[in-house]
Design a protein around this ligand. Structure first.
Ligand SMILES: [Zn+2]
Ligand SMILES: [Zn+2]
Length: 421
């Protein structure tokens, strides 16, 4: 058997830009091909391999840090990509929006997006497919509706790549499914390799209580939220537990929610999502946008880190209102207005102080360290673990813990590293 190599093209000691290639005999299986953004919001791409040598690209889910760079692989060639149907449809929306916002910095054109989608074959959870010398199975990863872990088996080596993974059930998706698989090699995300999230029910109680306080005080609640995943989760939470409240949603949330409604089999509690769409109001004109924040209500709007979009528009309107609130429910990356708002109370450097109430609620769609450890412990034949998609300090802590609890060999590679199996 030819030697297998794992090439870390992105996501080595960084959260984002997921891109890992499995190489054998100069043929590649590409796992995700995403981007990250620098402090000036300019997209950063992964390292490259020759696209003509790719036997298959597997997209775990349509967040840009996993799908954003895929069109690059379609400039000179047309490798086949594989993912679930819902990921392909939402991926189109995400890539087209990315192109609209960042096209000046993109080394590809619109037709490469089209070409990628044209060569994307959709498959469901648990069905298998031959890719070069590998048999591939996609398993539910529990991070988003239709998000997958990739399982590769060549008869002697079994590799599992988690992508972004969650081990708790949410209204939006069932948890990661590790049934009927074992693996020798595990490539695992380590976003929260050093922490556990607080109990989800308590976080929900806190948010709903805080929202009611603000509304009773005559204020408006802005919930900046990622348009993919988090927004729908928050809408479903309100639909189940507080459907009497007046809710508006604005931004790309609408088109993504529409796609989700079309794929009921991937949504854990589809009835709640349908109820949310029926009961709550979409903002579909400037006339409405200019009006709603003046009255007590909840506005769920993208972008989740306040980097732009309608959330920023509403924030500027309510920032000086003491009885209003900004409740952040998404991860706030470094150098983002959201992080600045939490840490300094402003959303632009040296900008005006925000007088409205600001709080952050932990609604993560990534497993905490206990969940990650449970994945590791459920795979009985592991002899090597590779941690990706993690901050360096967090990854180091995660590595220490895995070695201490299991004794399994762990690599924490950097971008550009090559791991020989
Ligand atoms: Zn990710
Ligand atoms: Zn993700």
């Amino acid at each position: 058997m030819e030697k297998i190599r794992i090439r870390i093209l992105g996501s080595g000691k960084e959260v984002g830009r997921a891109a890992i290639a499995i190489e054998r005999n100069e043929r590649f299986i590409q796992l995700d091909y995403g981007v990250s953004f620098d402090e000036r919001d300019i997209p950063q791409f992964p390292l490259t391999i020759p696209p003509s040598k790719i036997d298959g690209i597997i997209i775990s889910h349509p967040h840009l840090d996993h799908i954003g760079a895929t069109p690059l692989l379609y400039i000179s060639s047309t490798p086949m990509a594989y993912t679930t149907s819902i990921t392909k449809d939402i991926g189109r929306i995400m890539l087209e929006d990315f192109f609209k916002i960042s096209s000046y910095y993109l080394p590809f054109e619109f037709r490469e997006i089209e070409n990628f989608l044209l060569h994307t074959r959709t498959i469901g959870f648990d069905s298998d497919l031959d890719l070069g010398s590998w048999k591939m199975i996609l398993k539910r990863s529990g991070h988003l509706p239709g998000s997958v872990m990739t399982y590769l088996d060549d008869g002697s080596t079994r590799i599992l790549y988690t992508g972004d993974v969650n081990t708790i059930e949410t209204r939006l998706t069932s948890p990661a499914d590790l049934s009927n698989i074992d693996a020798d090699i595990l490539i695992i995300e380590g976003t929260y390799g050093d922490t556990d999230h607080p109990d989800r029910n308590e976080v929900e109680d806190d948010l709903l209580r805080s929202v009611r306080e603000v509304l009773e005080d005559g204020g408006t609640v802005l919930i900046p939220s990622f348009s993919l995943g988090r927004s729908q989760e928050i809408m479903m939470l309100f639909a189940e537990r507080a459907s009497d409240i007046e809710i508006w949603y604005d931004g790309m949330i609408r088109s993504i929610t529409d796609v989700m409604i079309n794929y009921p089999k991937y949504i854990n509690k589809i009835d709640l999502l349908k109820k949310a769409v029926e009961k709550f109001n979409a903002v579909d004109s400037w006339e409405i946008r200019r009006k709603i924040w003046r009255e007590p209500c909840v506005i769920i709007a993208s972008a989740g880190m306040l980097k732009g979009g309608p959330a920023l528009y509403y924030l500027k309107r309510i920032a000086d209102k003491k009885n209003s609130a900004v409740f952040l429910v998404s991860y706030q990356g470094k150098n983002t207005p959201g992080r600045m708002l939490l840490e300094k109370g402003v959303f632009v450097e040296n900008g005006p102080k925000v007088s409205s109430r600001v709080e952050w609620f932990d609604f993560s769609s990534h497993a905490g360290v206990s969940g990650l450890m449970s994945i590791i412990k459920s795979l009985k034949s592991l002899h090597k673990i590779i941690i990706v998609h993690t901050d360096p300090d967090v990854g180091e802590e995660f590595r220490r813990r895995i070695v201490e609890e299991t004794g399994i060999e762990v690599a924490l590679p950097s971008v550009g590293d090559v791991i020989d199996l």
